[in-house]
Design a binder for this molecule. Sequence first.
Ligand SMILES: Nc1ncnc2c1ncn2[C@@H]1O[C@H](COP(=O)(O)OP(=O)(O)OP(=O)(O)O)[C@@H](O)[C@H]1O
Ligand SMILES: [Mg+2]
Length: 508
Amino acid sequence: MTTATASAAVPILTMTGICKSFPGVRALHDVTFRLFAGEVHTIMGQNGAGKSTLIKVLTGVHPTDAGQITLNGTALTIDTPRSAEAAGIRTVYQEVNLCPNLSVAENIYIGNLPQKNGRIDWQTLNAAAARLLSGLALQIDVTRPLDSYPIAIQQMVAIARALSTEAQILILDEPTSSLDEDEVQRLFNLLRQLKARGMAILFVTHFLAQTYAISDRITVLRNGELEGEYLTGDLPQLKLIHKMVGREIDVDSLTQPQAAQMAQPGATFISTHGMGHKGTVHDLDLEIHAGEVLGLGGLLGSGRTETARLLFGVDRCDSGAVSINGHSARFNSPRDAIKHGIGYCPEDRKKEGIVAELSVRENIILALQARRGLFRFLSRKRQDAIANEYIKALGIKTPDAEQPIGLLSGGNQQKALLARWLATEPGMLILDEPTRGIDVAAKLEIMDQVLALCRKGLAILFISSEMGEVVRVSHRIAVLRDREKIGELDAGQADERAVFHMIAGGGA
Ligand SMILES: Nc1ncnc2c1ncn2[C@@H]1O[C@H](COP(=O)(O)OP(=O)(O)OP(=O)(O)O)[C@@H](O)[C@H]1O
Ligand SMILES: [Mg+2]
């Protein structure tokens, strides 16, 4: 264990000797963590390293098996979320868990609505909410329903809610995974303001660039243990990756184009002409060959996910034509698309992907079973074999295949979702943000897997907000803007700048 040179200051919070096990899983073992007032402290570590568990211990969601917590020098028992709140510890979880149809103001003060003569005092409520938000440099109509605002604003509201009562410590678990660049900057500006006011901020992210942009201190967890605590300035990026993973890692493959080294693509798998859907995307001409990765470039809202949904039959085309292997095809539902050999890893794994109560095995075989039809059950032996094969191949961290998938860490759920589609041995796979919330090493593993499949003839449509990643793995990049394709770039000529140049209107 390494410890950054202790500054003269005394930490506001210390956690020592924290241990937490779940049946079959040692999630945390003898972990020490310190947090200082006026700092942003990032916890980093691979999927399943114990980051969220440490946070849940601190917020009273999980009782610890062993260890102490002290706040401002005094020992503290945190056994319920309420006791954490009473101690001034506030949390914004990754999923904004507010009430979408209530107003912004109601969301902020829910459970604590101001009353007057036995009724809700709307005037006071709305004024207080507006004041709080304007303190966060956000001037919005607080009487409008929360879901009438984009996710970034909703997240700000979640933060405002966390700050509506005395808070000393603000915890953010992967808050930026669904934000675009501008929104991230807004959030960071806010965090800097709060930090200047002396708040202690604990942040979890998988984006290395963000870690370096915002944090003063980094704690690295590995396999449920403390690897070390560092001042950000003392820990160069490569060293951080090494500490997280516990071994040297070939960083070149994170940055070098991969597609160029791959075999020439084969026959056309899918082609679309003038494909469109009223209100989402229109007039799309796309062609994806066997053994080829087509990347979709474009900003948030440019129509990337809408394109994926059309190609998978989630939304129905109302214009244009689609053909598969040279035969015209029509998808009225995902079922049709699956029958034609298409798989789709959606961007929102919670909403459209995993079934939390089912086991890892059941989640993995789900799509395969759906394609075979309900009356041709896969034998249990076959199910076990498939599940175990992918658990091994993708390094899914779980005690066994029977663990309910909801108990896996976020990144490991994502891997299981990918396994679900790989198990169907599809002709084409649509990957929408497949590496979101996934650590660096797993990201490499997943992309390696994907490219290996591609070499065997799989056609891939690849969507990612990280343009560098798109450029790295794609043979060609179709660039979208305002729900239309504005051009294509070849792997050879494309770099991030070329894509942004095209989006900005510069042409190829
Ligand atoms: N309620 C639970 N029951 C059983 N196992 C759990 C539970 N919560 C977490 N785990 C396990 O504890 C380990 C640590 O999980 P945790 O969610 O803390 O990881 P993480 O570092 O946050 O990962 P990620 O980056 O993927 O979010 C994992 O192996 C996970 O499967
Ligand atoms: Mg987590």
